[in-house]
Design a binder for this molecule. Sequence first.
Ligand SMILES: Nc1ncnc2c1ncn2[C@@H]1O[C@H](COP(=O)(O)OP(=O)(O)OP(=O)(O)O)[C@@H](O)[C@H]1O
Ligand SMILES: CC(C)(CO)[C@@H](O)C(=O)[O-]
Ligand code: BAL
Length: 296
Amino acid sequence: MIAITTIQELLHHMRTRRREYPDDRIGLVPTMGYLHEGHASLMRRSKAECGFSVLSIFVNPLQFGPNEDFDRYPRDAERDLALAERNGIDLVFMPSVQEMYPSKPLTSVIISQVTDRLCGASRPGHFDGVGTVVSKLFHLTQPDRAYFGMKDAQQVAVIQRMVDDLNIQVEIVPCETVRESDGLAMSSRNVYLSPDARAQAVVLSQALTEAEQAVKEAGMTVKELEARIRETIAKAPLADIDYAEVLDYPDLTVPSAEVDLSQYPNKLIVALAVKFGSTRLIDNRLLDSHGGERHV
Ligand SMILES: Nc1ncnc2c1ncn2[C@@H]1O[C@H](COP(=O)(O)OP(=O)(O)OP(=O)(O)O)[C@@H](O)[C@H]1O
Ligand SMILES: CC(C)(CO)[C@@H](O)C(=O)[O-]
Ligand code: BAL
């Protein structure tokens, strides 16, 4: 496994690889590091489907708001490299902020509408930062496939839209969320949780499972379903809801207030962001028209 920090080295390795193995598929797994089994599942999928797999590790300042956790975001390069190697990665690109942004970029990739709600609303500018850095990574590596986790379902919808709108020649591969044994979605930010908060954080996946059942009830409206979800989450005293929304997926529009969700013709997403102290967790579930979970 090669580990590099500069754009020059990355371009050199990508060109050489493409010249020597022109028929090999190239896979890209973009991450912010502090890797866990969720990331490992993306790496293994890339390894299974591509001849050459690139992992990027970069905590991208552009996607963090001024009062967010950029400075204290967990980092452990040594552990990440060992995990990457074990999971079939061929090249790790781990640039510094200076390398990626030698000066403040004057160009930004802004994706509208699909960013109006959920994390786009509660983290203003977040998806401009994501769109910009992911575009840079796509240009630098020119992957055939790029692997993203459905834990960040809005991110998948936003990047798919960017790729479609800009004709970027990459296939976006959405990957299922990997969970702890009690149902909590794996996330680098889980390490911030106090033992009490960690125990209560199971309420997110519980609320999603309940929503999956509740949406099957005839006549269930968006407001009623959202109220049920909020009630479940409120049972955890440390939980503070940022959002709990039921939306059309992947358009991320609001279904009309009167619609009977049990008969809804499109995919629905139940999306949650819940704070435990200063730690903000997200999770979601895709539902089909009869309330069953949709697998990606
Ligand atoms: N539990 C998971 N299962 C599958 N994929 C995941 C999981 N958690 C993160 N990913 C995916 O890994 C990629 C990199 O995510 P990132 O490095 O931000 O990790 P994270 O654990 O989501 O961190 P954070 O705590 O910052 O949300 C994204 O495509 C993300 O959706
Ligand atoms: C896609 C990404 C690596 C861009 O910084 C980040 O948003 C993430 O880790 O999901
Ligand atoms: N996985 C999303 C990256 C972020 O929280 O900034």
